[in-house]
Design a protein around this ligand. Structure first.
Ligand code: HPA
Length: 255
């Protein structure tokens, strides 16, 4: 089963033929909301809204452990994370869709591992490639099949939020090598790796990052909603193609 975690602008999957919703409890507390199960193009898909269904949970308060655990426990064989981002790299403009290939984590104080406490073994995961390469290839192919133009690589900087960045912080992220900036990519990606579930992301550029282009003197929130609404229809089309070609039992890492 394919699982989708939807972010800002993707509180539900309009093309999901819903069969049931389940409120799950996990050893790590409650997920952001009920998990919606259904089918897209006849393939089983689960959906979870990262910020809750009324968009009520800010990035630093999302229970990432419970979300990833719940989806995995319910049979997710791959997780596709959808998240909006600010564009740092000058070629990226609002509405652009990006499949990131790397992460720089600037978050702090989040519960970022399942392995903690005296009773837990010391576990180190390999995270050289934070996104599953096979799942990324499938996402890029799904975009092509859906006629959606995507940037097929980007370095995603994850900031703590919930405030946006200062212009100087964005300059620093750029010097560090970041192309886009968001607040939710971590620890989600690392937790999926700990659970052994292939994970990849679709980022939608919602705005120019602070201090850049239109956002030179400030990020305007009023334009963001319309940008996301438009771009999310492209994301839905990509997910539809991904689902259409999905066979359970597939191991994306080997494709
Ligand atoms: N910064 C951080 N997170 C974001 C942004 C941004 O500019 N836009 C959307 N998510």
């Amino acid at each position: 089963m394919l699982a989708i975690i939807g972010g800002s602008g993707l509180l539900q999957l309009a093309n999901l033929d819903v069969s049931r919703r389940e409120v799950l409890r996990t050893p790590y507390g409650e997920p952001s909301g009920a998990v919606t199960f259904g089918q897209i193009r006849g393939r089983p898909v689960a959906f979870l809204a990262r910020h809750g269904y009324g968009h009520v949970i800010p990035p630093h308060e999302v229970n990432y452990r419970a979300n990833v655990w719940a989806l995995t426990e319910r049979g997710a064989r791959a997780i596709v994370a959808v998240a909006s981002v600010g564009g740092i790299q000058p070629d990226l403009k609002p509405g652009d869709v990006v499949i990131p290939h790397q992460i720089i984590d600037y978050t702090w104080g989040r519960k970022s591992t399942y392995h903690e406490g005296r009773d837990s073994a010391v576990v180190h995961i390999d995270f050289t490639e934070p996104y599953d390469p096979g799942l990324r290839v499938r996402l890029i192919a799904a975009a092509a099949a859906a006629g959606v133009t995507v940037s097929d690589s980007a370095v995603y900087a994850v900031t703590q939020g919930p405030r946006l960045e200062t212009a100087a912080e964005i300059d620093r992220l750029e010097r560090d090598g970041a192309d886009v900036v968001g607040m939710t990519g971590m620890p989600e990606a690392a937790l999926a790796r700990e659970m052994g579930v292939p994970y990849a992301a679709i980022n939608v550029v919602a705005n120019y990052a602070a201090g850049r282009a239109d956002s030179r003197t400030g990020v305007r929130f009023d334009a963001i909603e319309a940008v996301l609404e438009d771009a999310m229809s492209q994301v839905r089309a990509m997910i539809e193609k991904l689902a259409e070609n999905w066979k359970d039992g597939d191991d994306p890492a080997r494709s």
